[in-house]
Design a protein around this ligand. Structure first.
Ligand code: XIL
Length: 297
């Protein structure tokens, strides 16, 4: 096939992009979005600060724009992210203890219920593990409500939207290392105790190298009985950008339970990074990295 989405579909996968509601009026952007991609993720519009700016007052206007853009194009929609230490509304940042726990679980319930039946996979919890060698949890206001906050969130999400795949999503997990092993141990524990979890998201914000254990890491999660998704792929330009994109694509295709890849934006000018990490240049032209991914699919 001649597009990323159609080529991925031939392999039983999806190829998605993070998109922003504020860019949907840009015709080059929407042309690339609708021709090349068959999954969308809201870059910011479904985060806690965007969806519950005041406690108990939910605003889904921009999240719904992303949802409807995706559904009207026949795409999957990945929900991102129900709970995260960052991009919390101010009111949540000032809560702690039982009040924060109850607010967090209510947030999961209300947002997942609003999108019930529409979301392919939710990032239920984002970035809860610490960097470095500890393999343990990141300190955060949510973590300080008790170590069981993650399983409580997954149970609430399952109750609110039984059809959505429920994912744990994180970065610097792009190989077998202390952080990804900490997550691996959590998933194994959840599986053994019947805590609902269906997938692990590997963000894959990459620099100029790819870990030699990238595929083996995907495989070990798959072997636990969860899907794996590459959820936020972008790769620094200036090194082996095209080769690294191809290596990620091949690694996902090599593992049956790696169900799809999402790039974190469309054009370099849409990226949150300043190192031109995406598949299309600022004018919307296909880069070498684009061709490299298409050939690998
Ligand atoms: C980023 C967005 O791209 C930016 O627009 C925003 O200012 C900050 O968040 N990990 C994640 C994403 O899970 O939600 C982040 O997105 C990038 C890192």
């Amino acid at each position: 096939a001649t597009t990323l989405g159609a080529s991925a579909a031939e392999k039983g996968r999806y190829f998605g992009a993070a998109i922003a509601a504020g860019r949907l009026g840009d015709s080059t952007y929407t042309r690339l979005l609708t021709t090349e991609f068959n999954s969308v993720t809201p870059e910011n519009e479904m985060k806690w600060d965007a969806t519950e700016p005041q406690q108990g007052r939910f605003t889904f206007t921009n999240g719904d724009r992303i949802l409807n853009q995706g559904l009207s194009n026949g795409s999957k929609v990945r929900g991102h992210a129900l709970l995260w230490h960052a991009q919390q509304p101010g009111w949540a940042q000032s809560l702690s203890g039982t009040a924060l726990r109850n607010a967090a679980i209510n947030h999961v319930t209300q947002v997942a219920a609003h999108y019930k039946g529409k979301i392919y996979a939710w990032d239920v919890v984002n970035e809860a593990f610490a960097d470095g060698g500890s393999g343990g949890r990141r300190d955060s206001n949510l973590q300080r409500t008790g170590n069981d906050w993650i399983e409580a969130a997954f149970r609430a999400a399952r109750a609110a939207d039984p059809a959505a795949k429920l994912c744990y999503n994180d970065y610097n997990t792009d190989g077998i290392n202390a952080k990804s092993t900490g997550i691996y141990n959590m998933v194994r524990d959840f599986k053994s105790r019947g805590v609902p979890i269906d997938c692990v998201g590997l963000q894959s914000h990459l620099g100029t190298t790819i870990d030699s254990s990238y595929q083996a890491n995907i495989q070990r999660f798959a072997d636990l009985g969860v899907d794996v998704q590459i959820t936020e792929l972008d790769v620094q330009q200036g090194g082996n950008q095209a080769n690294i994109y191809a290596a990620v694509t091949r690694a996902c295709l090599a593992v049956a339970r790696c169900t799809g890849i999402t790039v974190w934006g469309i054009r370099d000018s849409d990226s949150w990074r300043n190192d031109n990490p995406l598949l299309f240049d600022g004018s919307g032209n296909k880069k070498a990295a684009y061709t490299s991914v298409l050939n690998a699919l």
